[in-house]
Write a protein that binds this ligand. Structure first.
Ligand code: NCD
Ligand code: ZN
Length: 343
């Protein structure tokens, strides 16, 4: 049996949700991650320091006994966000702000339309040292869903990084070779997170032999050539790419629906699935950088000092988990075998 011990990782892109759901999601992440960047797309969204602090307290209260897990809070940018909101956020310990183009994804109706209007806010973020986290997809109806990430790079991303060279920008959950190339060719102030599903799967896994709603997330899975490009950049060990699960829980009935929600609830297996991918790529020596170093270094926070161990030993992800509300939820990779296990 093979095993690997790495510095305890962090999850640089995560959806905890709120209320009862925290009883499920916080322990699931705290089981293996030391910190997580908590996405602000609640209903209503986390648009200011006060809401972020209150949300942080609710997350801390849901930690398992003795857990040192630390949530890192983010602000949801809207057309009403002011430079004062950024100053207040920085002061209260918020580390980043998330740009969702309006309508791009789950709970983003209140997000930004007319991204240039936010340039004064980006300017203040650059000054305050708050990171800009970007959901990089355009939302125009006439643009094909499979082209929306590339189109966002061409229309917005190139301009944003050129206008704010000192602003740290994370291109979240990248899904295409175009995004990987863009990040690779950008300055050291531009990095990207990559999810387990975009490394493990391509659009065939969502559409061949029937629609598989539990593999539906946004940005949507792309063709295999893009998946291969993502696998190549993580295997390269480049410090511009780091772990962000985008674990995004939705109740079973909301996923298995005529209009199913986007999001894969991967917290139960994400770290193990990343290990599986790096193993398949013969790049297990690059897992620690991706999972535990690159993100902390980019955010400018200390690396964790504890370790955890994974062994090559197979187990099966449960078909369903029961939420504190009594509702069922289907975790990502449900009923499938994972090759690596957390000790
Ligand atoms: C996320 C969610 O459900 O909040 N869904 C998803 O498919 N990734 C939102 C997001 O990160 O786009
Ligand atoms: Zn997300």
């Amino acid at each position: 049996m093979q095993q690997i011990t790495i510095t305890t990782p962090d999850d640089w892109h995560l959806h905890f949700r709120d209320g009862d759901m925290l009883g499920e999601t916080v322990p699931a992440t705290a089981r293996c991650f030391s910190r997580a960047i908590v996405m602000p797309n609640l209903v209503p969204p986390v648009v200011n320091a006060q809401l972020a602090s209150a949300y942080k307290s609710r997350i801390l209260a849901a930690r398992p006994q003795g857990s040192q897990f630390e949530p890192l809070m983010t602000l949801f940018l809207t057309n009403k966000t002011t430079t004062q909101d950024i100053i207040d956020a920085k002061q209260s310990g918020v580390v980043a702000a998330k740009l969702y183009p309006a309508g791009a994804t789950t709970n983003s109706a209140q997000a930004v339309s007319g991204i240039e209007a936010l340039y004064p806010v980006f300017e203040e973020m650059q000054k305050q040292g708050l990171l800009l986290l970007v959901h990089g997809e355009v939302t125009e109806h006439h643009i094909d869903i499979f082209d929306r990430e590339k189109e966002f790079i061409d229309q917005y991303m190139l301009k944003i990084v050129a206008a704010f060279p000192e602003l740290k920008v994370v291109f979240e959950h990248i899904t295409t070779s175009d995004a990987a190339d863009f990040v690779m060719s950008s300055t050291n102030n531009v990095a990207a997170t990559i999810t387990p599903q975009h490394l493990l799967l391509n659009r065939n896994d969502m559409l061949v032999g029937g629609v598989r709603p539990h593999n539906y997330c946004l940005p949507v899975l792309k063709r295999s050539t893009h998946q291969q490009a993502l696998r190549k950049v993580v295997a390269s060990g480049s410090s511009k790419f780091f772990l962000g699960t985008d674990s995004a829980p939705h109740a079973k009935h909301a996923k298995e629906n005529a209009c199913g929600c986007a999001g894969c609830y991967s917290a139960w297996s994400a770290l193990e699935l990343y290990a599986q991918v790096f193993d398949e790529l013969d790049a297990l020596d690059k897992l620690e950088g991706f999972a535990s170093f690159h993100g902390a270094d980019f955010y400018g926070v200390p690396r964790n000092t504890t370790t955890l161990t994974l062994v090559k030993d197979s187990w099966v992800v449960p078909e369903s988990v029961t939420l504190p509300s009594g509702e069922a939820m289907v975790p990502f990779f449900a009923g499938k075998t994972v090759d690596w296990k957390l000790v």
